[in-house]
Design a protein around this ligand. Structure first.
Ligand SMILES: *Cc1c(COP(=O)(O)O)cnc(C)c1O
Length: 340
């Protein structure tokens, strides 16, 4: 049995999800008449109280489209130095939007209002790039899956209102935050101009992300999606998985969080574990001693049938997900004890 904790993207659709996909009514989404895509977009938009949504193949695409629509060439986007849009999107902000990023040093990837306020450039100063957008990430992947308190987001929103700047949320794992805080998606919908959510992470879909925003914003994003080659046809088969996931797979994310904490407990007793990051949701990161490279450790773990990823020279990341059950957790504990 291979225990795959490399990411929450490794899940495979359950039988019930596949049934929903198999039975989906489809059309041609480029013509705008795939009923299942339309139903998913409407469902997601309503969930967050947004006017419209756009179904896309990946979270990278939804983030990049949002940035493309919010910004203009030569402008600057403010985000944390740990942001996915900076670290893991292939330099897309420069390539797609001809904009620069101003990287801030947040608390495990989370920004506060004062930092944001201080980072906004004076639009009258022609030396400086004009700030066009603030982008937050929740939960914060590189920060170990930590999440924002609502009041911190509200304070950042106030700065955005005052400075008349849009606020984007990379919410690839937003539902992981929401099941912990019990905050309403509607409140988040009000705080952000645009939100990207992933269906293919903890929610267990094979493919898909959604971008949410105002009607005219989504209309522009739809045009850029087409330009990027992201216009798709009978995508309703994938959208059906998304509808199933929103109906069935949100509340259960708490189980993933509980198992991530149990992984933390198991790690505590092991000789090669130097330090464990706080485990807030479904991500567990730990530090190896200086003498062990994460790449060597990950290779050794693979021999013990455990999948994990290098997250720094001496950092290793595990991510729990809906295909990681208590049986896998037991097996994980047995196998990791053999890795010395
Ligand atoms: C996974 C992820 C994305 C999107 O990744 P894709 O692989 O392009 O779907 C965006 N932001 C964060 C924080 C992520 O973890």
């Amino acid at each position: 049995m291979f225990i795959d904790l490399r990411s929450d993207t490794v899940t495979k659709p359950s039988m019930a999800m596949k049934e929903a996909m198999f039975l989906a009514e489809v059309g041609d989404d480029v013509f705008g008449d795939d009923p299942t895509v339309l139903a998913l977009e409407e469902k997601a938009a309503n969930l967050f109280g947004k006017e419209a949504a756009l179904f896309c193949p990946s979270g990278t695409m939804t983030n990049q489209l949002a940035i493309r629509v919010h910004t203009w060439p030569g402008s600057e986007v403010i985000c944390d130095k740990y942001s996915h849009i900076y670290l893991y999107e292939g330099g897309g902000v420069a390539l797609n939007s001809f904009s620069s990023l101003k990287l801030l040093d947040g608390d495990r990837g989370r920004l506060n209002a004062q930092q944001v306020r201080d980072a906004i450039n004076n639009p009258e100063d022609i030396h400086q790039p004009t700030t066009s957008l603030i982008s937050l990430e929740n939960t914060m992947n590189k920060g170990g899956g930590c999440f924002y308190q609502l009041s911190d987001i509200q304070e950042i929103r106030s700065v955005c209102d005052e400075k008349k700047l849009p606020l984007h949320l990379d919410g690839a794992r937003l539902f992981n935050a929401l099941v912990e805080t019990n905050d309403s998606p509607l409140v988040h919908g009000q705080l952000f101009d645009s939100i990207s959510i992933c269906l293919s992470k903890g929610l267990g879909c094979p493919v898909g992300s959604l971008l949410l925003g105002k009607k005219d914003f989504i209309k522009k994003a739809r045009r850029f999606r087409k330009v990027m080659g992201g216009g798709w046809r009978q995508a309703g088969f994938l959208a059906a998985a998304g509808i199933y996931a929103l109906d069935n797979n949100i509340e259960r994310l708490k189980e993933d969080h509980a198992r991530a904490k149990q992984i933390g407990k198991i790690l505590e007793g092991l000789p090669f574990v130097e330090n464990i990051y706080p485990i807030d949701t479904n991500i567990a990161i730990f530090q190896l001693p200086e003498t062990i490279l994460a790449s060597d450790f990950v290779a050794k773990m693979k021999e013990q049938n455990i999948g994990c990823v290098v997250f720094g020279k001496h950092l290793v990341r595990f991510v729990t997900h809906l295909d990681f059950t208590d049986i896998h957790l037991e097996e994980f504990e047995k196998n990791i004890r053999k890795t010395v």
